[in-house]
Design a protein around this ligand. Structure first.
Ligand code: CLR
Length: 424
């Protein structure tokens, strides 16, 4: 029989499980790439793309110099840059205040899209990527579970929360803009300090490359994001304004947190490339009692919820300091990651080291190998089965999702003791 466990017990057992995955990460994070500047040939995007109007990204063959040395799996791991917002959310007493921090987390990942007009490497079927941060107390894992259409299934966990979902995008080049529509739902299981657990869901907004024809390509993110707390019935609506003709609308985001009875409790606003603030709706001051550690004193004053990390210029490919930690493979880590890990891809490594011709050659080679494997599967009448995720249905929202058993981390522990990766 299942004895209901206290939030504290769940947090404790999560914490000791996650700690077993710290092996290999003892050397800390890197703060630079091997090369100091990328000297990719500057080619006009429009010159290459003009013949591809109407196509989606999977049907475009572009020179490797349009790539950046990340994979789409690692672009999903970029969501992890501001997980401290989730830790803070869990510590807040009031559920509408928790929502403010969860919403800021959902918006925070867009800051790093600026200046990144480049194609991430397309993950191979069955490719995996793990990222563990002992200093932050979380572990992240993702597997490419489908190639056509490309789908990644991700699962991140920490004592105070689990964050999981499907990364699948529909893209289309319209000539004027190149639009990327994320389709999957993201789930957040929060374990508040005050007890119990809450389920939040949301979908990501549209990313778009604009200014292609004028030779000034820029990434914009726009659309409405609805973040639902299924446990309390509270909702946050965030509206990312499309960059219009006026410079003043660039990066703007506004929003509100609405309680289960439809009353607005918080208004939110700011810029997704910089800062996001929240202000309590007058009349609800008494509901939020816990003193906020963000320095908010007067409840009627807007307070800073999130601030973008510094963005030093001059990092190759316009990467951010967080992103450049993702593809690092320090000596001690190499023997811990699965043989399918992105960090071991020779083409992406070559790109990172500025060896563009070799990157192109290797990219061709691994993609050919993947094509041959698919033909072989078809000939045998077999279908690809994801190794670490299974399709399930969320019993709260009724939606399909990718369920993760945690087996990846268990096998990783076995490998550390001298075992072998198997079933890959
Ligand atoms: C946006 C946030 C989502 C995950 C995600 C998936 C696809 C990414 C997109 C993000 C950002 C923009 C992106 C896109 C794939 C291609 C596109 C990187 C990270 C770039 C800007 C397109 C470049 C155009 C080429 C023709 C050079 O959670």
């Amino acid at each position: 029989t299942d004895v209901p466990r206290s939030t504290e017990d769940v947090r404790d057992s999560k914490s000791s499980e996650i700690e077993t995955s710290y092996q290999g990460y003892e050397d800390g994070i890197r703060n630079k790439l091997k090369m100091d500047a990328d000297d990719r040939p500057k080619i006009s995007l429009w010159g290459i793309l003009k013949s591809m109007i109407g196509k989606d990204m999977t049907k475009m063959t572009l020179p490797v110099s349009f790539n950046e040395p990340t994979s789409l799996l690692q672009r999903v791991a970029e969501d992890m840059e501001y997980t401290d917002l989730l830790d803070t959310a869990a510590d807040r007493q009031d559920s509408t205040e928790r929502m403010v921090y969860v919403a800021a987390f959902a918006a925070s990942e867009y800051a790093s899209t600026i200046g990144r007009v480049a194609k991430p490497f397309n993950p191979l079927l069955g490719e995996t990527y793990e990222y563990v941060r002992p200093d932050k107390g979380y572990r992240f894992f993702i597997e490419q579970v489908s190639h056509h259409p490309p789908i990644g299934a991700a699962y991140a966990e920490s004592p105070k929360w689990d964050y999981y979902g499907e990364s699948a995008v529909k893209s289309k080049f319209y000539g004027k803009s190149f639009d990327i529509n994320p389709l999957g739902t993201w789930f957040l299981r929060l374990r508040p300090t005050s007890g119990g657990s809450e389920l939040y869901t949301w979908k990501k907004v549209t990313s778009s490359v604009i200014g292609i024809i004028t030779g000034n390509p820029t990434v914009d993110n726009y659309g409405a994001m609805e973040i639902k707390n299924h446990t309390t019935g509270e909702v946050c609506i965030l509206d990312f304004k499309a960059r219009g003709w006026k410079a003043s609308s660039a990066y703007q985001v506004t929003g509100k947190v609405v309680d289960a009875t439809g009353k607005t409790r918080w208004s939110m606003g700011g810029r997704w490339n910089d800062k996001i603030y929240a202000r309590l709706t007058p009349g609800y001051e008494d509901t939020v009692t816990a003193p906020s550690k963000t320095g908010r004193t007067d409840t009627n004053q807007a307070f800073l919820v999130w601030e973008c990390h510094e963005r030093p210029t001059g990092i190759p490919f316009n990467l951010t300091p967080f992103v450049l930690t993702l593809n690092d493979v320090p000596g001690r880590l190499r023997r811990h990651v699965a043989p399918t890990d992105t960090r071991l891809r020779p083409d992406q490594r070559a790109m990172e080291d500025g060896e563009y011709d070799f990157a192109a050659e290797e990219k061709n080679r691994v993609e050919e190998k993947q094509r041959a494997a698919r033909k072989q599967r078809e000939a045998n009448g077999e279908e690809f089965v994801p190794r670490w995720f299974k399709k399930g249905r969320c019993d709260i929202t009724g939606e399909e999702y990718w369920s993760f058993s945690g087996e990846y981390w268990k096998m990783r522990n076995e490998v550390a003791k001298g075992g072998q990766w198997h079933g890959l």
